[in-house]
Design a protein around this ligand. Structure first.
Ligand code: ASP
Length: 358
């Protein structure tokens, strides 16, 4: 082979009428060789998997106690490690986002599943959704009270009904009928959340809602701790899942963006997977997740351009998103002082952050 190449090169030099022709041949040869290499190693410059998770936007992490900060970091790290372990075993993106969100739902630090915030009546109403980027299949539940892991109930809506979104007692009955794990109200409502609700009830609610989050402590946040996960798996598929207790003191029956496909959650292999967190009404008004995907699809934006473009249309301190595209690019952006988040990929990049830089 080497001999053949040398002979060919010598013949080429002899045949070249000028140095220019020789250089042209050399350039063409090296171009063909690199094209052949790229074809044989399609993943050589691409990430094989990527995962991002969030534990809610809002609040100023520098105002939180170090104990609360470390609870959040530990929770995110545990969920991230589990997701990475599954992805290394070639798990499907859809299974990974469900498994990761279940872990965060079980962790009372976050506002999803156990430890969710309470509505104006002091009760819990949970929203969740999940989406498969392979085929745009999706499932969601809103204002449910009984499923221990609302994200798994959302997945059953996707796989066992011909619908996309079930709400309230209808969704809870469906959960019981399908055998999804049930829990009593006391499981969801922790002492800490009950105490913040009491504070909310006695406080000046309007001031709390409109005061900059930098003025509020960890137990005064109206929306803090929604969880979400977006994944690109080794098969090249995207998925997204989001789960929340919504906003503290929300009107009963209120549904946020988390279970609204295209607002707080979205996945499409052709563009990206997105999970949002923040004031749900602002996400629904702007169809935030769908807007980001549309900027990529029709405007040919990169993921980073699309996320920035959409977030600039949002009011200050209204939230943030995590997103991953089909090449494994991860973007985690927010217009609040902090967004608890973590990411990892198959190239070994890893990180957990609460505020802008730490
Ligand atoms: N987006 C959620 C909602 O409005 C709250 C959050 O992200 O913290 O229900």
């Amino acid at each position: 082979m080497a001999l053949l190449a040398t002979t060919n090169a010598a013949a080429l030099i002899r045949r070249s009428r000028s140095w220019n022709t020789l250089f042209l041949w050399l350039y063409f040869g090296s171009y063909m060789l690199s094209a052949l290499h790229a074809q044989q190693n399609p993943d050589s410059t691409e990430k094989k998997f990527a995962i991002a998770i969030h534990g809610g936007a809002g609040g100023d992490p520098s105002k939180w106690s170090s104990e609360y900060q470390s609870q959040r970091r530990t929770g995110l790290q545990a969920a991230l490690d589990h997701g990475v372990a599954l992805l290394e075993k070639r798990a499907d993106a859809l299974d990974v986002v469900e498994a990761v969100v279940r872990i965060l739902e079980d962790d009372a630090t976050f506002n999803a599943g156990r430890g969710c915030v309470l509505n104006e009546n002091g009760e819990h109403e949970l929203d969740a959704s999940i989406m498969d980027g392979r085929n745009l299949q999706c499932g969601a539940v809103a204002a449910v009270k009984r499923a221990k892991n609302p994200v798994s109930l959302a997945r059953l809506v996707m796989t066992q009904t011909k619908h996309v979104l079930l709400i309230g007692s209808g969704a809870d009955q469906f959960g019981e009928a399908t055998g999804v794990e049930q829990a009593e109200p006391d499981y969801f409502l922790t002492e800490q959340r009950k105490a913040s609700w009491q504070k909310w009830k006695l406080g000046d609610k309007d001031a709390l809602l409109h005061a900059p989050s930098t003025h509020k402590g960890e137990d005064e946040q109206l929306y803090l701790g929604t969880v979400g996960c977006v994944v690109l798996d080794v098969h090249g598929n995207l998925a997204a899942a989001t789960s929340t207790g919504g906003l503290m003191g929300k009107r009963w029956g209120r549904v946020g963006d988390s279970p609204i496909v295209g607002a707080g959650n979205y996945a499409d292999n052709e563009t990206c997977a997105i999970s949002g967190t923040g004031i749900g009404e602002e996400f629904i008004r702007r169809a935030v997740a769908s807007d980001i995907a549309a900027r990529m699809r029709y405007g040919h934006n990169t993921l980073a351009e699309a996320v920035t473009g959409t977030l600039t249309t949002m009011p200050a301190e209204s939230g943030g998103v995590i997103a991953v595209d089909a090449r494994g690019n991860v973007v985690m952006e927010f217009n609040t002082p902090g967004m608890s988040r973590a990411t990892a990929d198959s190239l070994g990049n890893r990180g957990v952050w609460l505020g802008r830089n730490d």
